[in-house]
Design a protein around this ligand. Structure first.
Ligand code: SAM
Length: 292
């Protein structure tokens, strides 16, 4: 066991006091202090001694210690430079398989990093991130085709519910479809505020996204697929027909939209929120085939 072994409030407080650390609100710093949650994250990320793991936002290195014990190699990317000495000289000093990078994750070229450090082979991503950058990060990982086997990430409980939302439910929306196009979501644990220091105001959840080898549905035009989804959910209570007709980003005639909805086997009053991912794919292909 490394010393200090983190993951309980006493050790976390000791480290924070030793370095006179000030929590930075703008970096969303809520450190995990619950060993049960830490073990669950590592278990569900399915990390073995063959795995290369990228941790986004290691904080004082609590989760990183667990990851380093389970994985072949861990690269931990942390934006806050005041945490780097804590990680390097203290909490992670005993781990030869951990590399710490002081950078903003939004500015790191992960494809290049994975090519350099792991011969371009798929990696596992683990993170307990500030909530305001969670969705942009997940979407950019998928959209930029970063080679990923899975992502195991702490998110706001409400965001986890939306990621795995199903048609016709209040949680179903553009985020559900974007995530489920690329990956299979599974909620690993609901995590109450008392598992963190300091305590956040809202509940969190750990979600595991198991990436599909290729997207779950096949579309002629991926950009159009996402535009249609966005337009369909822009005004939730409107019909699909009105959503598509009113969108500034789409340029289909009324007749074409009505015809495609009919060909989809739906009535004129159908709402976008009732369509499955397969139906959105079919709608995309119906609307775009006439351009080919
Ligand atoms: N992983 C630690 C844990 O579980 O205790 C810390 C989690 S804390 C919620 C989020 C961490 O992400 C902080 O250490 C914060 O400084 C870091 N962070 C915030 N924005 C970041 C960014 N853009 N790039 C890299 N790290 C970031």
């Amino acid at each position: 066991m490394p010393t200090p072994y983190l993951g309980n409030p006493q050790e976390t407080i000791k480290i924070l006091q030793k370095y006179n650390f000030n929590f930075q609100k703008r970096f969303g710093q809520n450190f995990l202090i619950d060993t049960h949650v830490l073990s669950k994250i590592v278990d569900y990320a399915d990390i073995t001694k063959d795995d290369f793991v990228i941790e986004i936002g290691p904080g004082i290195g609590t989760l990183t210690q667990y990851l380093a014990e389970a994985a072949k190699k861990v690269v931990a990317i942390e934006i806050d430079k005041s945490l780097i000495p804590i990680l390097q000289d203290d909490t992670l000093k005993e781990f030869a398989n951990v590399k710490i990078i002081n950078q903003d994750i939004l500015k790191v070229d992960l494809n290049e990093l994975i090519n350099r450090e792991n011969d371009g082979k798929p990696v596992k991503i683990v993170a307990n991130l500030p909530y305001y950058i969670t969705t942009p990060i997940i979407m950019s990982l998928f959209e930029n085709n970063v080679p990923i086997a899975n992502i195991t990430i702490m998110v706001q409980k409400e965001v986890a519910d939306r990621m795995k939302g199903l048609p016709g439910t209040k949680d179903y929306g553009a985020l559900s479809l974007a995530v489920q196009y690329y990956a299979k979501p599974y909620i690993v644990a609901n995590v109450p505020p008392n598992c963190f220091m300091p305590r956040p105001k809202i509940g969190s959840a750990v979600i595991n996204l198991e990436r599909y080898e290729k997207p779950i549905v096949s579309v002629n035009d991926e950009k159009m697929f996402f535009k249609l989804i966005k337009a369909s959910f822009a005004q939730r209570r409107k019909t699909l027909y009105n959503g598509l007709r009113n969108s500034n980003e789409l340029d289909f005639s009324q007749e074409k939209i009505a015809e495609a909805i009919k060909e989809l086997g739906k009535g004129a009053s159908v709402r976008g929120e009732t369509l499955s991912i397969e139906e959105f794919a079919k709608l995309t292909n119906l609307l775009t085939k006439r351009y080919i």
